[in-house]
Design a protein around this ligand. Structure first.
Ligand code: ZN
Length: 156
């Protein structure tokens, strides 16, 4: 198998942050080491961890290694919820949406079903359009950052 070793090293180092169980400010940290052996050896050669060939179940991260691990973890794994200040609604959707009293609109946006969270969540509105006779609002779940949508049926 031909794979990008530097990339594996980068992600492994980032994941070490997740399994850090002892932090010694200025002196590094200790992390569980259930990772690929060759990768750990490469991280050792790069100066991020001490020699992993010891019997302990955890590995010692150097101060440089811990800081790099923390930085990479944030870069690769922290969720960022992108917020767009102005939701894009088509003119007809905007017209229909704005006919709804503000209080009810607010209530609608705060009670949107998120299939990932499996609960009602608040929606960060991103776009809206007319579909058939309904207004379809699409946006981002404020809890998990996933896509969620709400259909507003026309009044009977
Ligand atoms: Zn969600």
């Amino acid at each position: 198998m031909d794979y990008n070793e530097d990339k594996i090293d980068e992600y492994t180092l980032a994941l070490l942050y997740l399994v850090t169980h002892e932090r010694h400010e200025g002196l590094g940290a200790r992390a569980w080491k259930g990772f690929d052996w060759e990768t750990l050896n490469r991280l050792h050669k790069k100066g991020y961890i001490t020699n992993p060939v010891v019997t302990a179940k955890s590995v010692t991260m150097t101060e440089e290694g811990f800081r790099k691990s923390q930085e990479l973890f944030k870069r690769h794994f922290i969720k960022e919820i992108k917020t767009l200040p102005f939701p894009k609604l088509t003119p007809s959707a905007k017209k229909r949406w704005e006919q709804i009293p503000e209080e009810i609109r607010k209530n609608i946006l705060e009670n949107v079903w998120c299939s990932k969270c499996r609960t009602m969540v608040a929606l960060q509105l991103r776009e809206g359009q007319i579909s058939g006779r309904s207004v379809v609002l699409k946006g981002t779940c404020k809890i998990c950052g996933g896509d969620a949508a709400r259909v507003i049926e026309p009044d009977a």
